[in-house]
Write a new protein. Structure first.
Length: 245
């Protein structure tokens, strides 16, 4: 996360390696499978529809999406996952929120705790840092030569969005959690495609690290994101743009 909007640095984000994309597909696919449990129809399951939109924004192939839904519907064998959230502290008192999906809670908490301790942090109690974050919906639309800023603003506000931030390479539409699904659906119906579309956690205040403290923090984030059970890592450190996720 950066000191400005999520919309910045799209070109750098598009340059992710195939290996990184594969990991993203695995994580998003797991979200789809969990969301589809009990109701594999995105037309009546808004959580599933949101997960599919997130997958499409990440350029996940339709066959992969269908396979994930089929797993949840019991048509294919697959593990049953539980959503768990951990909170803690990184170097220099930085705040961390780690969202996971796991089929083995003991394994996951052990891996998360080990990664945080190894890089100078500690796992905390539920609620120890989450009060310093705001949960909101973020939809990022890449700016193109034929895209009219006034039209994007009009569509977003008609849909019930809270705000639109215009950047050099994108528009960021911000919504409440409650309105996210409706806004996403409305913008899709208007023919817009998304670079990102998800519910996220934004820090109310950020801290700046430098030198070895910054390097240690970045190694911690990399270690957490490399864990198979970790879906998302939120934090309050103002990272350099080229290192943003």
């Amino acid at each position: 996360m950066s000191g400005h909007s999520h919309a910045a640095n799209i070109a750098a984000k598009k340059a992710k390696t195939d290996a990184a994309k594969g990991k993203i597909f695995t994580k998003v696919g797991r979200e789809i499978a969990v969301a589809a449990k009990g109701n594999p129809d995105p037309s009546t399951n808004s959580k599933l529809a949101d997960a599919i939109a997130k997958a499409r924004a990440a350029n996940m192939p339709n066959d992969n999406i269908k396979r994930c839904i089929a797993k949840a519907a019991g048509e294919l064998s697959g593990a049953s996952y539980e959503e768990l959230t951990y909170e803690g502290y990184g170097p220099c008192g930085s705040a961390l929120i780690i969202k996971t999906l796991t089929d083995n809670k003991n394994r996951t908490v052990d891996f998360v705790r080990t990664a945080i301790r190894k890089h100078g942090g500690s796992l905390g109690n539920t609620g120890c840092v989450s009060f310093t974050f705001t949960t909101m919906g973020i939809i990022i639309i890449e700016r193109t030569v034929d895209m009219d800023e006034d039209t994007i603003m009009e569509y977003a506000l008609e849909a019930g969005a809270d705000d639109v931030i215009s950047e050099d390479d994108a528009f960021e539409v911000q919504t409440s959690v409650q309105n996210f699904s409706a806004v996403r659906k409305y913008l899709e119906e208007k023919g817009l495609t998304f670079f990102e579309a998800e519910i996220t956690m934004v820090p109310q205040n950020k801290i700046t690290l430098s030198g070895e403290d910054l390097a240690k923090f970045q190694r911690l984030i990399d270690a957490l994101e490399d864990l198979d059970d970790v879906q998302n890592v939120y934090h309050n450190v103002d990272l350099p743009e080229e290192d943003e996720e």
